[in-house]
Design a protein around this ligand. Structure first.
Ligand code: RB5
Length: 149
C-alpha cells in the first residue's frame, strides 16, 4: 500500500447515515475522503456501489475503501469481484485489524443494520491504524491473487 491517505466511501440506501458519520470521523483524522454516495435515501442496488468503490481502489485512485450496506455482505461480495480487491466484512475491531495485518485487505465493509455507530467507528479506526505484516502472510495473499488469474 502507498502512503496515500485518499480513501473512497460508498454505500447503499441502508447505510447512508453511518457512511456519512464514518466520513466525518476519518476526515477529522486527516484522510482525504472521496465519498461517492449515494446521498438520497431512495432504494438502490448495492452491487453498483460496491463495484464503483472497488474500481477506485483497484485503479490506484484511492489507497483504501470503506463500503457499507445493511449487512455489509452484499456490497462486499460485489467489491470482491473486482480484480485486486480484498474486502472483508467486520463487526468487531479485532477482525478489522487482522484483515489489514494478515490479509492485506484494501477494503472494509460494515453492516449498518448490524453494528451501531460507536462500534462502527472503532472498527474503522482498527482497520485504518493497522499495517500489513508481510512474510508468510504475503505468501498467502499472493496465493489469493493467483486465484484471480
Ligand atoms: C437492502 O435492503 C439490503 O439487502 C442491503 O443493504 C444489504 O444488506 C445486502 O447485502
Amino acid at each position: 500500500m502507498t502512503d496515500s491517505k485518499r480513501i473512497v466511501l460508498s454505500s447503499d440506501h441502508a447505510a447512508i447515515d453511518l457512511r456519512q458519520a464514518v466520513a466525518r470521523h476519518i476526515a477529522e483524522q486527516g484522510w482525504e475522503v472521496v465519498d461517492i454516495g449515494p446521498t438520497t435515501p431512495e432504494s438502490t442496488h448495492y452491487p453498483k456501489h460496491g463495484e464503483a468503490a472497488a474500481r477506485r481502489v483497484a485503479s490506484g485512485d484511492c489507497a483504501l475503501g470503506i463500503i457499507l450496506c445493511g449487512t455489509g455482505q452484499g456490497i462486499m461480495m460485489a467489491a470482491n469481484k473486482v480484480k485486486g480487491i480484498r474486502c472483508g466484512v467486520c463487526s468487531d475491531a479485532f477482525s478489522a485489524r487482522m484483515i489489514r495485518q494478515h490479509n492485506d485487505a484494501n477494503m472494509l465493509s460494515i453492516g449498518a443494520r448490524v453494528v451501531g455507530e460507536g462500534l462502527a467507528l472503532d472498527i474503522v479506526d482498527a482497520f485504518l491504524s493497522a499495517t500489513f505484516e508481510g512474510g508468510r502472510h504475503g505468501t498467502r495473499v499472493d496465493m489469493i491473487t493467483e486465484i484471480e488469474g
